[in-house]
Each structure stands twice: as structure tokens, then as C-alpha cells.
Design a protein around this ligand. Structure first.
Ligand code: PHE
Length: 364
């Protein structure tokens, strides 16, 4: 490039060279950015052609006209070639971009990441459905519950150890006698107080106990409890109902047994066990093949049950001479553990959607 102080050459060979240089630079430019640099160098204000053009004014008249024409043609030729090259390069770049950014619009897309119902929710629904199919109803109640409804009405006297602060979470101030319900049985009390028998309800929901947080305990968990009050209800109805629920949960092969127990609100009371679904009882008395799941007992505890204590009926305004009933309750987390091999209860509260997805569709 000529410096501004040097006289610019405007002869035909000199102008031809400038044009040839410009065209060569345009041809060599492989991208819009390179072409821009070539354009500034060969058509910009300080380009040889611009300087030559500016020098025309200093020439004597005859030469000026000729040089003017020569430079006019030269610059027009350069501009034309520049425009052509710009067109070529942008077309090539567009074609490249179209290939690079190509998307297959026929591919299926996940519009939003999909969650899954929480397995506890799904299992509550499933267990509820078993009862709805038999004509029962679902009842719900508050989680912060009156102490009387949670304990006294259920024949858990003031001295019952479960009322102590070690098991029960009290809501401050303590003289308001509110607790976080330790079981869903107060919902059954509310139902009996509200309605006349016959009563067939299941009460699922969250319950609270001052418990450890480990693989088999969580301080907030879920129960489902059932209550039936009608004329002529006996232990046999309870056994039949529990067997039906167990089969619906674990399959037709499941064996259950009732083992005598004590609950203040039922009499007689029992714990309901499931036959161990790992060893099916084969580990009992067989030290060569111990079973970790049932600790070689052959059975695992599922829940509690019994015939409703007449004292409970009386506190709820139901005549025990006319009506009798049964009640049962079991943990949903435990049921999920047994049913779906969910070994660690902590997975059930951590809210990782992968856990929910892994049990998706378990409901049926
Ligand atoms: N309410 C008892 C519990 O929380 C379970 C139960 C319900 C037992 C009904 C007997 C009858 O453990």
C-alpha cells in the first residue's frame, strides 16, 4: 500500500496491478471475515485504488480525464467482483450453517421433564382402592390433633407410656393439649363421633413420633388404619378383611397370621404378621439357612389390629350392646418396603425423583 505522501501511480499497468491484487485477495478470502479484511485493504480509504483516485485531481487536464476513466472502470470492476464474492461466501456459509444446525423435527421430544407420583402416595391410593371396591369410605383428619382424640378417647389413660414426651411430639404451648398425631386412630374417633353406624372407613395419612431417622425409622411416616362398626362384627371379619388386603398387596400366595398382642383400644388385640416372602418360613429352626429379613422367625410384623374395645365405643357415643367392630392399622412405608423391596426408608423422604421413577407403575 502506498503512503499518502508518495505520489500515486495512475498508469494503466499500475491500475491493472491494483485490480489484479484486489481480485486475487477477494478470491483468496475463504470467509466473510477474510473478505472484509480484503475489502478494507483494496477498496478502503487508504487502498492503492483510493489513493490513485485521489491523485487524479493533481494531474494536468488531459491526463486527468483518461486517468479518471481508467480508475472509474477499475474501481467498478473491483466493486463488482467484491459483491459477487460476498454473495458466494455468504451462500456457502449459510449452506454450512443449515447443515450444522439441522434438526430432525420428527424426533420425539420430552417437552418437560416428567416426574412420577411418590410411591407412598401411589400406595395409599392403591390400598384405599382395595377398600373402596368393598364399599368402604376414606376418612381424613388433621395432623395436629387434640390430645384427648389421640389418646384418651382410645383408652390410652393419662399414665400410658406412649403419652410421654419420649414418643410424642407435643405442640407448644403444652397446656393447649395438642399433639402431632402419633397414629391415624383419632380419625376413627372423629368418624365415630360424627356418624351413626354402620361405619366402614379407612384413614390414611401422616403420623409423627419422636423417632430416629435411619434405614428403618423415620419420625414422620404414614399409616393406613381401618375401622368397621356394625351389628354382629367379629374377629372373623377382621381376619377376612386383612387377608384380602394382604393378597391385594402381596399376591394370592401370601400367608398371614394373627399373634396375640395388647392395644388399649382393642380387645382382644393382635399383631398381624406376613409370612416371610424371602425364606417362606424355611429358615425356622434351620441354622444352615438363616434369613436376615425375618431373623429366621418365618414371619414379619405388618401391623396391629383387634376388636374395638367397648370402652372406646362408649367414649364415642356408640352403644356396645348393639354394635361391635374391628380396627387395624399398618405402616405404609413398611408395606412399601415389603412389597417393592425398598430397603431404605430414607429414600422415601429424600424426594429424589429417580426413586419415584424406579417404582413408577408399581401401583398396578
Ligand atoms: N393405632 C395403632 C398404632 O398406631 C395401630 C392399630 C390400629 C392397632 C387399630 C390396633 C387397631 O400402632
Amino acid at each position: 500500500m502506498l503512503g499518502p505522501e508518495q505520489p500515486a501511480e495512475v498508469s494503466q499497468p499500475a491500475v491493472d496491478r491494483m485490480v489484479a491484487d484486489a481480485l486475487a485477495a477477494f478470491a483468496a478470502a475463504g470467509s466473510s471475515a477474510e473478505l472484509k479484511a480484503a475489502r478494507l485493504a483494496h477498496t478502503g480509504e487508504k487502498s492503492p485504488l483510493a489513493l490513485a483516485n485521489r491523485a487524479i485531481g493533481t494531474l494536468p487536464g488531459t491526463e486527468r480525464k483518461e486517468a479518471g476513466q481508467r480508475l472509474g472502470l477499475a474501481r467498478a470492476a473491483v466493486q463488482q467482483r467484491l459483491a459477487d464474492r460476498e454473495g458466494e461466501l455468504s451462500a456457502a456459509e449459510l449452506a454450512e450453517q443449515l447443515v450444522a444446525e439441522r434438526i430432525d423435527v420428527t424426533l420425539p421430544v420430552e417437552i418437560a421433564p416428567q416426574g412420577a407420583p411418590h410411591p407412598i402416595t401411589a400406595l395409599i391410593d392403591l390400598m384405599g382402592d382395595v377398600f373402596i371396591a368393598m364399599g368402604w369410605e376414606i376418612a381424613e383428619g388433621p395432623q395436629a390433633e387434640g390430645e384427648w382424640l389421640n389418646f384418651d378417647a382410645l383408652n390410652l389413660g393419662p399414665d400410658h407410656p406412649a403419652r410421654g414426651t419420649s414418643d410424642t411430639l407435643f405442640v407448644a404451648p403444652i397446656d393447649h393439649h395438642m399433639v402431632l398425631r402419633t397414629h391415624t386412630s383419632p380419625v376413627q374417633v372423629r368418624t365415630m363421633l360424627d356418624r351413626e353406624p354402620p361405619i366402614y372407613v379407612v384413614c390414611p395419612g401422616k403420623v409423627y413420633r419422636a423417632d430416629e431417622f435411619d434405614a428403618t425409622h423415620v419420625p414422620v411416616f404414614h399409616q393406613i388404619e381401618g375401622l368397621c362398626i356394625d351389628k354382629g362384627i367379629s374377629l372373623a371379619h377382621l381376619k377376612g378383611t386383612l387377608d384380602h388386603l394382604a393378597k391385594a398387596m402381596f399376591g394370592d400366595d401370601i400367608e398371614t397370621r394373627m399373634r396375640p398382642h395388647y392395644f388399649p383400644f382393642t380387645e382382644p388385640s393382635a399383631e398381624v404378621d406376613l409370612q416371610c416372602f424371602v425364606c417362606h418360613g424355611a429358615s425356622v429352626g434351620n441354622p444352615d439357612a438363616p434369613c436376615r429379613t425375618c431373623k429366621s422367625q418365618g414371619w414379619i410384623e405388618w401391623g396391629g389390629c383387634g376388636v374395638v374395645n367397648p370402652r372406646v365405643l362408649l367414649s364415642c357415643g356408640i352403644d356396645p350392646e348393639v354394635y361391635s367392630g374391628f380396627a387395624f392399622g399398618m405402616g405404609i412405608e413398611r408395606t412399601l418396603m415389603f412389597r417393592n423391596n425398598a430397603a431404605d426408608m430414607r429414600d422415601m423422604v429424600e424426594g429424589d425423583v429417580r426413586f419415584s421413577r424406579s417404582l413408577k407403575g408399581m401401583a398396578r
